[in-house]
Design a binder for this molecule. Structure first.
Ligand code: G6Q
Length: 537
């Protein structure tokens, strides 16, 4: 990070250490309007943050001195910014809705391939949704099981739940990710083989969990339908690895490809979104992509001070690096966004959970925050206590919609009243005097006092639609990108994930070997021995 600018930010923090949000609002009645941005169907109110104009310009300067503008262009134009893997990073090309757009990687325009796969996905999903695609015994598809993990699971799961109101309700969608056999077994209890389509979603087609589950599902299907020939009618693949797909026994005519420049956690708008398209149809899927695209254009073109992802990224950096906040909370007030925090968790923590900079040197500052969250209002009745009165500073994003898909009485008014009230309470707290004025007895005053001054962002859209969902995902993607640029880390590799994939193989061979190698530490050897004894090996 640019030290000179950071020193300026630090001195502003010191100068305003004692200034509360309450004082900031009292000093400046036009604050809310000034610290708000509208883009791609979303309204961001970031006025309940520990900022003023001076702080915002210092933060913007930090972005400028990090060459953010040039880095954004590098990403959008296909430069190989994922240097440790030698790859371009082009999830933005997947949702580039400009029919004349050209995006080059190694001198080749990738857009014709992007459009071709999208068109094939559309044709396939029309066939399945209309009942024209028949299973091996001639029945139409009623159940879709996506088998994938990590980036090949979390996006489809999150978006399938989020867009339930747009889904084909007479079809049922399942997502199997865990190598825990319970996940597959419970799913298979809920489907009929003759009417089930399995989507094997794996960029590499080598991931242990996915390939094991896919193999077991194939065995189950062949057992139920009595022929290997059934596989072609009940299995499709989403992958970058044609040879591995063919080796598994899936006809590559039923494979939907993507490319090494799509990172797993950024792959929802690629063919990895096939299960979502089957659920909501290609027209709604196109609307999702147009929402992504609207936010992409905003991010690429808006000046930093009016740029929603940039401003959110800078605020996150202010708290992580300036105030020592270890974690960051995402709180959607919409049941349909129940998996959105988990989705963001992977996107953020896998991308910026790095401790060496782009030169391979140990960083001397905090990078990616621990990200977590749950839908409101449920969280209010559990962990919000710590956010209000605990010793940790936890910046929060509150996300809500003015209209609900399911109006019942005044429930939605109550939901939104809770959202707004929480941000108000976190910012302004309750003083000892206010407690006393309410008649709180003197000995209880310390317990009922709320310090306030807790920062929040509020994100509002009119309604949860494919467009607003796409824009929301892109907003967080670009926020994470911006932070990675400022922290000077490589946001698009994930060597920690690769390590886990390798380690499990070594232990597995000792769990099943006639004689275990004994090559591990004493704790791991002991656990392996205990497990082997319990299962009779
Ligand atoms: C995401 C990560 C990781 C990956 C899974 C699944 O960015 O790379 O979560 O998506 O490990 O990998 P495959 O799609 O190759 O099976």
């Amino acid at each position: 990070m640019n030290q000179e600018v950071w020193n300026k930010i630090d001195s502003l923090i010191d100068r305003d250490q004692a200034k509360t949000l309450k004082e900031r609002f009292a000093e400046d009645p036009s604050r809310a309007g000034r610290y708000s941005i509208e883009a791609a169907g979303w309204f961001l109110d970031y006025s309940k943050n520990r900022i003023d104009d001076e702080m915002m310009s210092a933060l913007i300067e930090l972005a400028e001195k990090s060459n953010l503008k040039a880095e954004i262009e590098k990403m959008f134009t296909g430069e190989k910014i994922n240097a440790t893997e030698g790859r371009a990073v082009l999830h933005t090309a997947l949702r580039n809705c400009d029919p004349a757009a050209k995006v080059f990687v190694d001198g080749k325009d990738v857009m014709p391939d992007v459009r071709e796969v999208l068109a094939r996905m559309g044709e396939f999903s029309d066939k399945v949704r209309s009942g024209e695609w028949k299973g091996y015994t001639g029945k139409s598809i009623k159940y879709v099981v996506n088998i994938g993990i990590g980036g090949s699971d979390l996006g489809p799961v999150m978006a399938n739940i989020a867009l339930t109101p747009y889904s084909k309700r007479d079809m049922k969608f399942f997502f199997v990710s865990n190598v825990d056999s319970t996940h597959l077994a419970e799913t298979l209890l809920s489907v009929e083989a003759e009417e089930t389509l399995f989507i094997v979603a794996s960029k590499t087609f080598t991931t242990q969990e996915t390939m094991s589950n896919a193999g077991a599902a194939r065995e189950w299907l062949v057992g139920k339908l009595g022929s290997e020939a059934a596989v072609a009618r009940h299995f499709v693949a989403v992958s970058t690895a044609a040879r591995e797909v063919a080796d598994f026994g899936i006809d590559t005519a039923n494979m939907f490809g993507f490319w090494d420049w799509v990172g797993g956690r950024y792959s929802l708008p690629s063919a990895i979104g096939l299960s979502l398209m089957l659920s909501i149809g290609k027209e709604n899927y196109a609307k999702l992509l147009s929402g992504y695209y609207a936010m992409d254009c905003h991010f690429r073109n808006a000046p930093f001070e009016k740029n929603m992802p940039v401003v959110m990224a800078l605020l996150g950096i202010l708290y992580a690096n300036g105030y020592g906040a270890e974690s960051y909370c995402i709180l959607p007030y919409d049941q349909y966004l129940s998996r959105f925090p988990a989705y963001c968790q992977q996107m953020d923590m896998e991308s910026n959970g790095k401790s060496v900079d782009k030169d391979g040197k140990q960083v001397t500052y905090t990078t990616g925050p621990i990200e977590w969250g749950e839908p409101g209002t449920n969280g209010q009745h559990s962990f919000y206590q710590l956010i209000h009165q605990g010793t940790h500073l936890i910046p929060c994003d509150f996300i809500g919609f003015s209209r609900t898909h399911n109006p019942i009485g005044d429930l939605h008014d109550k939901l939104m009243a809770n959202l707004f009230a929480q941000t108000e309470a976190l910012a302004f707290g309750k003083t000892a005097e206010e407690c006393r004025a309410e008649g709180v007895s003197e000995e209880l005053v310390p317990f009922k006092t709320f310090e306030g001054n807790r920062p929040t962002n509020t994100l509002l859209a009119d309604e949860l639609t494919p467009e607003t969902l796409g824009a929301l995902v892109a907003l967080y993607e670009h926020k994470v990108f911006t932070q990675g640029v400022i922290w000077n880390v490589y946001s698009f590799d994930q060597w920690g994930v690769q390590l886990g994939k390798v380690l499990a193989k070594g232990v597995l061979s000792d769990l099943v070997a006639a004689v275990p190698s004994g090559k591990h530490d004493s704790s791991t050897n002991q656990l392996i021995a205990r497990y082997r004894k319990a299962v009779g090996r």
